[in-house]
Design a protein around this ligand. Sequence first.
Ligand code: HEC
Length: 95
Amino acid sequence: MNRATLTSLTACLLSAALSGPVHAEEGFDPARFVADKCSSCHDSSVYTRSNRRVNSLPALQRQVRMCDANVGTRLFDDDLHTLVNHLNDQYYHFK
Ligand code: HEC
């Protein structure tokens, strides 16, 4: 491999690494995101079980942030809000 090839390969890998979270694009779909990324450890029954741990909107935000960090999906704040609102609309119904 010559030097020019190596340089462009490195640049390519770097830009892939720097492009960051993949959920920045328009049209973030929280329902699909949950189905794709959030159902490997628990299904949606944790959101509705009678002894669920989350009892307020801020707690829901914290929990989703924590799970997001665990999964390594690194949602942007906007998308995280969309996701929290989605879970709230569908399951939690906090004011
Ligand atoms: C690495 C495994 C894992 C993944 C993947 C995961 N979670 Fe969780 N999640 C947990 C665990 C563990 C709990 C706590 C369950 C318990 O207390 O019994 C939890 C609990 C929750 C709760 C609280 C449920 C309650 O009791 O009210 C919410 C909300 C939640 N997760 C959202 C998400 C979202 C959104 C995603 C996708 C970004 C996600 N989780 C992905 C492990 C995960």
